[in-house]
Design a protein around this ligand. Structure first.
Ligand SMILES: *[C@@H]1O[C@H](CO)[C@@H](O)[C@H](O)[C@H]1NC(C)=O
Ligand SMILES: *[C@@H]1O[C@H](CO)[C@@H](O)[C@H](O)[C@H]1NC(C)=O
Length: 514
């Protein structure tokens, strides 16, 4: 199975898989080590104690994918070379001193399908239009992962084109990947980095990467009880990532724990010759990485702002009660919670059209540039993609979902308008979020997910989502957002909150009923 598209399984294979594995569904592996929910540190310890090899780990995830992916559809493709990469890692571990190896050495990672890999896998953003395209090189973040010996397990499903095709397509749907399912509810996983969040949540992989333009890491992280970091724009390279807006796009980890997310972030952050934005933003990368900020007392002395406008649930609701409890916890852990703050120009921000206008213009330019750079591709421009969808209406479910966002982007013109929109957004950010942060001397704002993603998106600011609770079985997250380059503080806050609350619990194992 390792070399074929996962959704191509026949019923026969399902049945065999079920009969074979149902009898010993995951408890623990050989030598008593339990892989489910293990952190990177836990896995490394098991490697060193000879309780686990990278090959066993990859085989375990292959089994989990075989069992659960027909229902969850979090994984789009498996890397046919994952086992050989695991064997290589196992050999290197024997030959080298443990301290010389990265924490990600020998750890399987899943990549959102808009992140290019120059290997046997396809990079398609979930669309058949890009199937068979050949990328010139690994994405910048993938090159960094390979360098430290991480194992590329496969590609994750996503909302097609990172939800930049159609406003009516369900979140988590793509033509190639089908409908991704939330492992907790079997309902929406939220997107667009849906498969990344589904897969780590359901223990189909150790860690994953997603990308965000506006909400695409933070939302699925919350919905699937995962931890997501949306880094400052430019902190991580976007080279080789199917784009929406270079001004807003950012690549970040989706994992089960803050410590895993910090370790993945420190591996992928920093300068990449193929993404100019990384030159300026690399000043934000702390010497010694992000793991040093995993402090249990990380909340002590932190000033956290609460903007009630983002708490769109009434008093007496479970979410309201839960967040009040969380504020109490944050205070108990030494944070100063500054309540009832206002973003002065919030209405203007939320009604402003600049973001959607700018994104339309930027998408066309950036996508055309990405497609032109491919070694081979069935499509070379946005016009080609739109024509492809029209030519393959069944394959791409055109009648159901259309392609209104792409048509909007195709139509919209004018460099002058783009400049004006970008100026508008930076004005709104300066007199809005930045002013709030600076005048109140805040380290972070704390919000439920909601429309806050746009505030972070238009300013290129970072945010971290941590599991915050469950309502009728559906997980929700708490988001800490800060100024550019504030990831060290956000990691301290998020880790300290996570350790104080420990809310994440794994979802039930989901199998196909035959
Ligand atoms: C990539 O797509 C091709 C179809 O063009 C398919 O044959 C191949 O199996 C895919 N690769 C993987 C690793 O799934
Ligand atoms: C920029 O902001 C001004 C003032 O709010 C508004 O009239 C204009 O339409 C905005 N421009 C764009 C491109 O959104």
């Amino acid at each position: 199975m390792a070399s074929t598209t996962v959704r191509g399984f026949s019923l026969l294979i399902y049945t065999i898989a079920l009969l074979t594995f149902l009898s010993f569904l995951p408890i623990s592996t050989a030598k008593g080590f339990k892989i489910e929910e293990a952190t990177i540190y836990g896995l490394q310890l098991a490697f060193r104690n000879d309780q686990l090899t990278s090959r066993e780990l990859v085989e375990f995830y292959h089994k989990q994918i075989q069992i659960q992916n027909p229902v969850l559809k979090g994984v789009l493709e498996l890397n046919p070379n994952a086992l050989s990469q695991a064997d290589k890692a196992d050999q290197e571990r024997k030959a080298k001193a443990p301290q010389s190896l990265s924490p990600l050495h020998g750890i399987p990672i899943l990549l959102k399908d808009n992140i290019a890999t120059k290997d046997k896998m396809n990079t398609t953003a979930g669309s058949f239009a890009l199937l068979g395209s050949v990328v010139p090189r690994d994405a910048g973040v993938v090159a960094k992962l390979r360098k430290v010996g991480a194992i590329i397990l496969g590609k994750a499903t996503l909302s097609e084109w990172s939800y930049y095709r159609s406003n009516t397509a369900p979140s988590g749907w793509s033509a190639r990947g089908g409908y991704g399912k939330n492992p907790y509810t079997l309902g929406t996983p939220c997107g667009s980095s849906s498969g990344s969040a589904i897969s780590v949540a359901a223990n189909l992989v150790a860690v994953s990467l997603g990308s965000e333009t506006d909400g695409s890491i933070l939302c699925p992280s919350g919905y699937n009880s995962a931890v997501g970091i949306k880094p400052t724009v430019g902190l991580t390279s976007r080279a080789g990532v199917v784009p929406i807006s270079p001004r807003q796009d950012t690549v970040g980890p989706i994992c089960r724990t803050v410590s895993d997310a910090a370790l993945v972030l420190e591996t992928i952050a920093g300068f990449d010759i193929n993404d100019k934005a990384t030159i300026k933003a690399s000043k934000y990368v702390p010497k010694g990485g992000y793991a040093q900020f995993l402090k249990k007392d990380g909340l002590r002395g932190k000033r956290l702002g609460v903007v009630r406008d983002f708490y769109g649930f009434g008093k007496g609701t479970l979410r309201h009660e839960t967040f009040e409890l969380h504020f109490k916890t944050l205070r108990q852990k030494g944070a100063v919670v500054v309540d009832n703050l206002k973003i002065e120009n919030l209405d203007e921000i939320l009604n402003d059209q600049s973001e959607s206008i700018a994104m339309g213009l930027e998408f066309k330019l950036a996508l055309n540039a990405y497609l032109k750079d491919l070694v081979a591709s069935p499509v070379r421009s946005l016009d080609d993609v739109i024509a492809f969808n029209k030519k393959h209406p069944k394959l791409e479910k055109l009648e159901e979902y259309g392609q209104d966002i792409m048509l909007f982007a195709q139509k919209i013109k004018g460099i002058g308008i783009l400049k004006e929109a970008v100026l508008n957004m930076s004005r709104l950010s300066h007199s809005g979020f930045e002013k709030l942060m600076i005048t109140n001397k805040l380290d972070a704002v704390v919000v439920p997910f909601s429309s806050f993603s746009s505030i972070l998106a238009i300013g290129g600011y970072p945010g971290v989502s941590v599991p915050a609770g469950y309502e009728k079985g559906e997980p929700f997250g708490i988001v800490f957002g800060g100024l550019k380059g504030s990831e060290p503080k956000l990691v301290e806050i998020a880790y300290s909150f996570e350790q104080a609350t420990m809310i994440r619990k794994p979802p039930p194992v989901r199998e196909l009923k035959v």
